[in-house]
Design a protein around this ligand. Structure first.
Ligand SMILES: Nc1ncnc2c1ncn2[C@@H]1O[C@H](COP(=O)(O)OP(=O)(O)OP(=O)(O)O)[C@@H](O)[C@H]1O
Ligand SMILES: [Mg+2]
Length: 261
């Protein structure tokens, strides 16, 4: 996680998010145009889409790490700017290599010049299953352990809006399920925007799913899975939604490669 405004205090308020007419582009190359969505306060939204469609670019734009391309508008529901209310977990974990795992988890407080709550940091590391690695440096951790520490750092902050880019991708199936459950528990009442490659993960966790295809109608219609989260992926209703998502992903891919009108 990188705080876009490290000097601001953490906040426990609930806050929704609006993205309007988003255009994602690098130089002249437009990745995605005219993409709008709302994430209601306290909801969990997943963004799906094939590799290279612009998911990370969108998340980094919302995090304030990339200047929005005109006419993109990004706003908190109270009409104010988002920075300082956002916690961001990057696709690459961005752990500081010279700090131990627990120091990385407590980094936000340190950047704000506050005393770190070591006990809370250790508790979150324990719930992420890596308390015994608290004093290890990132270079001494496995890829999955690093991801757990990065997730713990995101969970440590009290920001109302949490942006996560494939936070569970380096984990084995059992650990992934455990950490998804932990994230649902600890991120209760936060507005979560999560990028994932995995339709089942989105169906397990999201209140709403958007598909960012580089086709004609990017993400226009959202998919709203049934029931409370975290859902049972063996639920037949989820299997049906999975089919719909796969169909829409492959339609988007076909459009992008010119196979469809
Ligand atoms: N800093 C940059 N400068 C120029 N082009 C970039 C930059 N970052 C990303 N891109 C390009 O923008 C496109 C979208 O990248 P992005 O990382 O947003 O995709 P993604 O949907 O997150 O993909 P993945 O699922 O593989 O993570 C890619 O073609 C990528 O090469
Ligand atoms: Mg990405």
């Amino acid at each position: 996680m990188t705080d876009t405004e490290p000097n601001s205090p953490p906040s426990a308020e609930m806050l929704g998010l609006d993205v309007r007419n988003a255009r994602l582009a690098w130089d002249e190359a437009v990745l995605l145009d005219d993409f709008s969505f709302s994430a209601p306060a306290g909801s969990w939204t997943c963004l799906l889409g094939e590799s290279g469609v612009g998911k990370s670019t969108l998340l980094r734009t919302i995090a304030g790490l990339i200047e929005p391309v005109s006419p993109t508008e990004i706003r908190a529901h109270d009409g104010t700017a988002l920075h300082a209310r956002v916690a961001y977990m990057a696709q690459q974990d961005l752990l500081l290599p010279w700090l131990s795992a627990i120091e990385n988890v407590a980094l936000g407080a340190r950047l704000r010049g506050e005393r770190a709550d070591r006990e809370r940091a250790l508790n979150i590391l324990a719930r992420a299953g890596v308390a015994d690695r608290a004093n290890a440096l990132p270079s001494e951790l496995s890829g999955g352990e690093r991801q757990r520490v990065a997730l713990a750092r995101t969970l440590m902050e009290e920001r109302p809006i949490v942006l996560m880019d494939e936070p569970f991708s380096a984990l084995d199936a059992i650990t992934r399920t455990r950490l998804q459950d932990l994230a649902v528990d600890l991120l209760d009442n936060r507005t979560v925007l999560m990028v994932t490659h995995d339709p089942f993960e989105a169906l397990r966790l999201a209140d709403t799913i958007f598909i960012l295809s580089d086709g004609a109608q990017p993400g226009r219609a959202a998919i709203v899975p049934p029931g409370a989260t975290p859902r049972d992926p063996t639920d037949p209703a989820l299997r049906e939604s999975h089919q719909t998502i796969m169909q829409r992903l492959s339609n988007g891919a076909a459009r992008a490669s010119g196979d469809m009108a």
